[in-house]
Design a protein around this ligand. Sequence first.
Ligand code: F6R
Length: 616
Amino acid sequence: MCGIVGYVGERDALPIILQSLKRIEYRGYDSAGVACITDNGIEVYKDKGKVDDVIEKITNSKSISANSGIGHCRWATHGAPSKTNAHPHLDGEGEIAVVHNGIIENYLSLKEELLSQGCTFVSETDTEVIPHLINRGLKNSVNVEWELKEAVKEALSRLTGSYAIIVAAKGFDGLVAARKESPLIIGVGDRENFIASDVPAVLEQTTRVIYLDEGDLAVVKNDSVYIENGGAEVTRAERLIPWTIEDAEKGGYEHFMLKEIHEEPKAITDTLRGYVTGDEITLGIDLGIEGDTKVKSILMLACGTSYYAALCGKHIIETLAKVPVQLELASEFNYSDFVLDGANVVAMAITQSGETADTLMALKKAKRYGCKTVAITNVVGSSATRIADEAIYTGAGPEIGVAATKSFVAQLVIFYLLGLQKPLVAKLPDAAFLEYLEELRRMPQIARLVLDEANGDIQKHARYLSKYDHAFFVGRGVNLPIAMEGALKLKEISYIHAEGYAAGELKHGPFALLTEDTPVVAILTHQASQNIYEKMLGNVKEIKARGAPVIAIAEEGDEEVEKYVDAVIRVPRTGAIFSPIPNTVALHLLAYWTAKERGGCEIDKPRNLAKSVTVE
Ligand code: F6R
C-alpha cells in the first residue's frame, strides 16, 4: 500500500524525508507529499506524480528550514490520485499534519459527525478525518507533548480499520506515530530518529531498528523514543538489520513474487475490509438492479490471469447468485460480431492494472452496446475506472512481480462478494448467506495455512517438476480456471511448457502427449458435488494408465487420493466453492519454487513480458 516516513533530528529534514521516500518508490505509488515543521508553522508540498516531481517543485520554490517532518507515497484507495487527495492531510486550522497507511472503515460516519461540528474537508480520502479528530482533542494546555499524545490516542479510539500513522504538530519538536494492522518501524540514530512503514526507507541512515507492535503508540523526538501500548509504557527491543537495501525492499524474500505470494492472506483481508461490515456486504456500486428483475446476465471481459480469475468468478457467481455469466477474452471480443442487447447486461472488465489495451477497448465496446459497465481493478483512477460507469477495487496493494499473484487472489475475493451481494442473491436463504460469508472470512487464515504448512512439501515437489520440459494442469468445475492459472504461472516464470486443461477433455486429444515425461498436476479438492471429486479420481486413473506421473492437490485427511497419485500437496479443507483460494496459493508457490529450482529464470521480470500490456 502507501509508504510513510518521518524524521526528527538536528539535520535538514527535507532532503532526508525525500531520500527515504525514494527508497520506497519501488512499491509503486501515484502521488507523493511532505510536511515540514518550520518556524512559520506546517508547510506542506504534495502532488500527483513522482517523488522527483515533488522534489523539483520544492527546490524550485524555496529552501525550507526544518528539523522534523513527515512524508508519504500514496497508492490511491479512497479518491483518485490528485494533489488534494495526496498526503499529508491537515486539520482545518493547520495545526496537525498526518500521513497514513491503511484504510479507515468508518470514515464516512466520522466525516459526517465532524462536518456537523463545522469542520471543512478538502479531499475525498478516509485519512482526512484523522487530523480533524486529533485537533478536536487538543486543549491548549502547557504540556504540548502530553496533550498531543492524548489527542492522538483519543482520535485513534474512534477509528475502525487499519492504520500506520505519523502525526506532526505545529509547535512540537517531535512526532507521534501509531500502528494497527499496518507495519511501522523506528530507525534509531545519533541525536536523530526516523519513522517509516518500511525498513528500506531508513537503511541509508541507520541499521538500528525498532519494530512497533500491534497497538503501539510512540512519541519520537531527536533524543528519545517513548512507546506505550494500552496506556502503559512498554519497551521494544532494538535490532540490527543486516540487510542490504535491495534485500530490505523485498522484505527479506529473494524475489518480489515470493513476497507477494506471502501477502496473499493480507490481500484477501484488505479486499474484504473495504466491503464487509458485520454481516453486510456493500460493494458501493449501482448495478441497476431493482428487485431481482433487471440484471439478466453479466458479461465479463479480461485477458491473461485476469481472464482465469473471471472464469472462476463465473462459476462462483452462477453458483451463489444464479445469475448467468458470459465470459469473453477481451482481445477476441473486440473483433467479434457479438450480438448483445446491452439493456439488461452488466459488463465487467477485470484488469488488475486497469490499463490493458484489449480490455479497455472491450469495455468501450460494451458501453456502445448500452451495457452498464463496471471495472474490477487494483488501481484507483486507472483508465478502466475512467471508462466504466462504476468501479470495484481489489485491495491487493501494489504488485511488483510481473506475474500476477496476490492481485489474482484479490480478484477471486471480489467474485465471492459479488456472488453474495444481497440484490443478486435475493433467493439465497439468510442462513446459507451467513454460512458462506463466514467461510469467506476464514480465507485469510486458510491461505496462511497453505503458506505455513504446505510450503515445504511444495518445494520438494517443485524440485521434481523442475526436471521436466512439459506439464499439464488439470481440474474441473470451479477449479478448472485454477488449473489454467497454475499452468500459466509455471510457463511464465519457469519457461516450462505447461497447459491448463479440463480433466475430462484430455481423452479427446492430449492423451497422445502423455508419457512418463509429462507430469500432470491434478486438483482433487472437493466441490459442491461429490460427483466431481469421483470424476477427477477417474481422470487421474486414466492419466496414470498412460504412464504420466501425477502430483495431486488434495485436502488434509483425504487418504483415498494417496492410492492413485505419485505425490500430494495438502491444502486445508474449505466449504466447496472456496477451494480455489488455497489451491491458488499452492499453485503460485509451486510455480515459484519450480522456476527457482530450474535456475536462470528472471522470476520477477520474465523474458518478453510486461506488467501492463498497453498495446493490442
Ligand atoms: C500473468 C499476468 C497477465 C495479466 C494480463 C492482464 O501473470 O499477469 O496475464 O493478467 O496481462 O493484465 P491486467 O489484469 O492488468 O489487465
